[in-house]
Structure formats: structure tokens, C-alpha cells
Design a protein around this ligand. Sequence first.
Ligand code: BTN
Length: 321
Amino acid sequence: MRDRLLQLLTESTNSFISGQEISTKLGISRTAVWKHIEELRKNGYELEAVPRRGYRITHTPDLANADEIKARLHTKKMGHSIIYKKEVTSTQEVAHELARNGAEEGTVVVAETQQKGKGRLNREWHSPSGTGLWFSLILRPDVIPQKAPQLTLLTAVAVTEGIMEATGIQAQIKWPNDILIDDKKTAGILTEMQSEPDRVQAVIIGIGLNINQQAEHFPAELLTKATSLALENDGTTFQRADVISAILKRIEQWYFHFLQYGFKEIRKRWESLAVTIGKEITAVTMTKTVSGLAEGITEDGVLLLKKQDGTTEYIYSADID
Ligand code: BTN
């Protein structure tokens, strides 16, 4: 109910909406409307109430809870079920558990902070409270496990487009799935899978996105290579719910496209958004360092590196300089 009330109030941000109209649209009494409005005020919303005109939101706190996200979503599946937690070890762990217990496709787990945020290659993911978006999404595509990496690339496209739509800031992808602004990392994606030998049961896509951190919020060693959307916007912050809802919307669009038409268009879009492609780069893998021209990616997201001797090296996992 609260998300539908927020939706009504948000859709009429510049104009008033009467208590009567809210009560009719939501099918609840005027007293119930008033109680919900008081509850919103307790949660940090500021609302103007004018006799005979109604209510108008004048300040929305930066909350990334289920009500705020749902109030902005018009999706068919993504985010229909949102589990919001103040603190978790990792949203990936919670989502895995939910997926094992049959959670529906599109379920999102979002947390204010993670005690043990996980990055790629078993790295730690710094997840301070209240400034970023730390969330995991459950998908259940009917595909073979080998296709799962395509969903990581699909997500990178969706996150990049979602950021640009919600903030107007230009973002790019660095292979395999870092999202960069001005050459600094602002988001990362971690894809994990539950599967049988020939069928995926669930894909858990974890997305970590730095949104409102200021410089002092970053550990010193990260400042040269990491950034937040606010830092790239002269310190002015964003509503995290605007950003996550834009991303979920894009994931849904591309995911439905993927299920119907496959990966071809997504790969093209990925390559057009990728900063890595067409550049001379150095890939540091677990076993060696290879330099060459990044030519593109394969259907599975493997990076094709053309070396000076003319041969092409397939890079499966590496850090890129
Ligand atoms: C990377 O190394 O770039 C991937 C980082 C992914 C971090 C996100 S935050 C939400 C989800 N929960 C985790 O523990 N990790 C992912």
C-alpha cells in the first residue's frame, strides 16, 4: 500500500493530490490515508498539506527500501518481490538461500550495508551504509550453464544505460564487467549460478554501485581508481531508488530481449559501450601478462586480444591496464 501511495504522490510532485482522490484510488478510508501520510513523515518525508487541495511531497529522503523502489517501477517481473535489509553479510548469500527455497524470478535483495561484500576473484567489496546500492537479483533463464556469462554482459549494458538514464552521467564498460565513469570504477557485477549439469536453476546477479559517497568515504588506496556518481556530479547526491529502478527496468528490457532473440544485439550494444574495445591494452591473468589490441568479445564474453605477432589470444579472466 505504501508503495502505491508513494507512486501517486511522486507522480504528482508539482501538484497537489487530494485525500479523497488518494482514498478512492487506493480503496482505503481517509483516516487510513492520513495514517500512511504520518508514517511517511516519521520516515523523513516532508509533505505539505493544504485544506481543499490535498497533499504534496516537498522532500523525499534518500531511501532505497522496497516502497521507494516499487513506487518507481513499472516492470513485469524485476523487483516485484524486494527484500530490503539494513545489514547482511552479503546480499549474494541471502539471494542464494532464497533461490534454493524457490524464490521467484525477478526477486531483488537490497541492503544498506554488507559486512562481507564479495567482489570478483574473491576480492572484498567495500559496502558502507546508506551511500551506495548493494543488491542481488535472481533470474531463472531456461538456458544451459555455458550461457550464464552472457547475463553478466547483459547486466553491464543495463547498469550502464540505467546510470545514464537516471543521472545523465556518461558511463562506460571495462571488460569484463566494471562500470567506469571518467576512467574510474563506479560499479561492479558478480554473477553466480545454481545449476544442474545441463540446466541453469538460478543466476544470482550481484551489483555494487557507488552512488553518494564523497571523497572522504573512500579508503585512500581506492580514491585513484574508484568513484561515485555524486563525486562525478560535483558532490551533488542522487536518490538511490531512482538509480536502482532505472537499472531494473533496463535489465528487464534486455532480459526479455535475450530470452526471445538471443545475445547478438546485446553483444553489439556491449561493444559500443565498452571502453576496452579498439584499444591497446595489457591483460594481467593468473599466469601471464599479455599486451595487444582488444578486438572484441566472443559470444561467451571472452576477450579477444590481437598480439603484435598477429595471433589472437583468448582472455577468460584478467585485470586490464
Ligand atoms: C566486482 O568485483 O567488481 C563485483 C562486485 C559486486 C559487488 C556486489 S554488492 C551486492 C552483491 N553482494 C555482494 O556481496 N557482492 C555483490
